[in-house]
Design a protein around this ligand. Structure first.
Ligand code: GLN
Length: 537
């Protein structure tokens, strides 16, 4: 083992009782507190499922697919880490079973284990440990928070938890802290907080050799003393190490909640570190950002018309980016999620909104509703922000209703359309595998002077994250320009159009990229800020 990796301290976060407890927010909050304490910190998410990455999963079932700078299609928790830490997280920080097993199988085929029977312990667990330690070493981290997805007791999680247990054994208790996230439900509003689910889930963890050091207990009201004591006794965790994670008005308040209960001192003590550095300026900056979300008077009403509106998490970055922009501008952004399938005939209901946003999407369902929405926003001069699919379908709407190409479409929706306004990227035509094959990650975009795009980004050059297979077909470029729609941002020496705008409109802005992935609390992505400004004007 090398020296660098040894010096990194690890915080391993596991989950019990059930999914959806907010392990991602708790992990991000702990990482944030460590960062505020002047530690060089990052986060890793382990996803024990068999998909290679999140790219092929349905956002309505699993939440948004978050795209990293380097083109990873990751679990949405990576987005939480980026937003809390205000730092980009590389794709290697989202580890899945498929990635680990494929590397082990590949190594076996190459003959790297010649003579050995290849097994989960030690070969798979070694591969997991190597990935975690490599991140710590390459990034020269003081501390690394590793969140293990799923719930203790799941079959898929076992090799990962075993690997984490081994790291603790190998590097010693002063290097590793285990945090277990559980639930203390109360059956009615005034009812007693039940500790049994926590007791059972800690037992399950101990059965596989892990004694948690800290417990983060989710509950609706602050954890009562009696419940805390009982949990401590039955789970062999000191009372001071049982933390209440009760419901908060906003996830940004969770770091403070944990800090007030002394979590940072406890973690530092367990790592054998005493005498904290002065971090008050870090705190002041962070508090300023957190407070900006709470002292808001005005409101703007935004309609978000999309395909995956049934689960709040499926557009989490878009929702967050709207809130970031609102907080900066002192506006409370009220977002109504509208299923585009319900909008075929009755787009009129959108006239009561200050702005309309159409986020990304794939496939045919609900497309006509989106095209009608983009057209309605244009006709009624309502501020419009179209992201990726929302950019493409705004172009289709313009083709149909302004350029007179009545059957205009995207070949994703209608492969044989006579007017393929949106068509496959040329390099996509020969691709067969669906996984990991979209145009992904950050690409350079050039922006023309004297345009709305330039006004928004104040630069001729930006880098933005992408996730698409289709693009604007430049055969139609001159026609569109002659009818008043301008393409003001492009990439790859004008090979692809990246930004569209209608100068005669109050605010009509479409982007082929995904601005939401680079928006952070306190630092809203520029196009979101401009959109909310226009909507609130
Ligand atoms: N389905 C479109 C494409 O693949 C848009 C993708 C998206 O909105 N992320 O190009």
């Amino acid at each position: 083992m090398d020296m660098q990796a040894e010096s990194t301290k690890y915080i391993f976060v596991t989950g019990g009782v059930m999914s959806g407890l907010g392990k991602g927010v708790i992990s991000s909050s702990i990482a944030k507190l460590l960062q505020l304490s002047n530690q060089k910190v990052s986060c890793v998410k382990i996803d024990p499922y068999l998909n290679y990455d999140a790219g092929t999963m349905n956002p309505v079932a699993h939440g948004e697919v978050f795209v990293t700078e380097d083109g990873g299609e990751c679990d949405m928790d990576i987005g939480n880490y980026e937003r809390f830490l205000n730092q980009s997280i590389p794709r290697t920080h989202n580890i899945t079973t498929a990635q680990v097993y494929s590397s082990v199988i590949e190594a076996e085929r190459k003959g790297e284990y010649l003579g050995a029977c290849v097994q989960i312990i030690p070969h798979v667990t070694d591969a997991i440990k190597e990935r975690i330690r490599k991140i710590a070493k390459v990034e020269n981290l003081d501390m690394l928070v590793v969140e293990c997805g799923g719930t203790v007791g799941d079959i898929e999680s076992l090799p990962f938890l075993e690997a984490l247990r081994q790291i603790r054994l190998e590097e010693g208790p002063e290097t590793v802290v285990f945090v277990h996230v559980t639930l203390a439900p109360s059956l009615d509003v005034v009812g007693e907080q039940k500790t049994k689910p926590t007791q059972h889930s800690v037992q399950e963890l101990r059965r596989i050799g892990i004694q948690p050091d800290l417990l983060a207990v989710r509950c609706s009201r602050p954890l009562e003393d009696s419940a805390r004591k009982k949990i401590s006794l039955f789970s062999n965790v000191a009372v001071k190490d049982v933390f209440s994670c009760h419901d908060a008005e906003s996830i940004l308040l969770v770091p403070q909640m944990l800090y007030d209960q002394g979590i940072i001192d406890e973690i530092f003590k367990k790592f054998g570190k005493v005498g904290l550095v002065n971090t008050s300026t870090n705190w002041d900056k962070w508090n300023l950002i957190v407070n900006s979300f709470h002292n808001i008077k005005d409101q703007v009403k935004i309609a978000m018309v999309g395909k995956y509106v049934k689960l709040a998490d499926s557009y989490v970055s878009v929702n967050q980016a709207l809130k970031h922009a609102g907080a900066k501008l002192g506006k409370n952004v009220i977002v109504d999620w509208i299923d585009s399938e319900e909008l075929n005939g009755n787009v009129e209901r959108l006239s009561s909104y200050d702005g309309i946003i159409v986020p990304g999407g794939f496939g045919e369902r609900g497309v006509e509703g989106i095209i009608n929405t983009a057209n309605f926003a244009r006709e009624k001069n309502i501020p419009y922000l179209g992201i990726c699919f929302g950019f493409q379908l705004a172009a289709v709407a313009f083709g149909r209703y302004v350029c007179g190409l009545t059957n205009a479409n995207s070949t994703e929706i209608s492969p044989n359309t006579e007017n393929p306004i949106i068509d496959l990227l040329p390099e996509q035509k020969t691709i067969e595998n669906k996984g990991g094959s979209l145009r992904l990650g950050a690409h350079e975009i050039k922006i023309e002077d004297n345009t709305l795009a330039f006004k928004i980004y104040k630069s001729n050059l930006i880098h933005k994250r992408h996730r698409h297979r289709y693009e604007f077909n430049q055969k139609y470029l001159d026609l569109f320009v002659s009818k008043g729609l301008k393409f003001t941002g492009y990439s790859d020496s004008k090979k692809r159009m990246e930004i569209l705008e209608i100068p005669s409109h109050k605010f009509y802005f479409g982007v082929q990229f995904h601005p939401e992935f680079s928006s952070r609390p306190g630092y809203p992505e520029e196009s979101f800020e401009a959109f909310i400004k226009a909507a609130g004007a």
